[in-house]
Design a protein around this ligand. Sequence first.
Ligand code: PEP
Length: 250
Amino acid sequence: MSRALLFAANWKMHHAPEAAVQFARRFQELVAPRADRALWFFPPAVSLEATAQAFARRADVHVGAQHVHWEAKGAFTGEISLPMVRAVGGAGALVGHSERRHLFGETDEQAARKVAAVLAARLQPILCVGETLAERDAGRTEDVVGRQLTAALRGLAPEDAARLVIAYEPVWAIGTGRVARPEDAAAVHRHIRTLAAAFGVPGRLPVLYGGSVNAGNALGLLAEPEIDGLLVGGASLDPDTWAEIVGLGA
Ligand code: PEP
């Protein structure tokens, strides 16, 4: 069988519950389950339950939160917790998305606490890492990605860290129409795996690429053996386009 791929849709602040259900209906008309790929949807928190219910019959589809707090409950206005995510059918969470880091000031330390909490809750974290344009231009991509990853790995037992999925998302590529060259993304993915190995993480961490992926460039990215799937924002909002993308690749 061909290698397993993971396709993750980050809907950001789009698709209220009714739109999410309509999306799910159309998408399921177009996409049949495949043993060689897992599909994840990250709707806004208010649409998590509707999305999870709409995909309830699809074992290949998982739904997660875009953002969680590490505490299970408490006085944290505006936050949602992992037990809440689980209660509405969620199976995982994005952590450290660049919009959380750069628009809302999320730190490496906070992302690390979230990763640990998602793993402890036995849910799936997808940890996002990536450099800004200035950092890339200064030749600091590996340093920055390494720092973000190290912050998360430092506090984890290697066998727990082995359950991570990493998404390499260069900040300059997210929502800009500028996609990384497949070979450049693959080099960063290799660096991520080398670092994970240095922390004693067993096995091969799945590493996704994200940043201005569309139906025209996805296949070239997926042709890189280091790229295990895609995390996609804009091009995941339309069910027909997203159905096309998740059908690509070996
Ligand atoms: C994202 O939000 O993770 C993302 C990669 O967005 P876009 O595909 O729109 O660049």
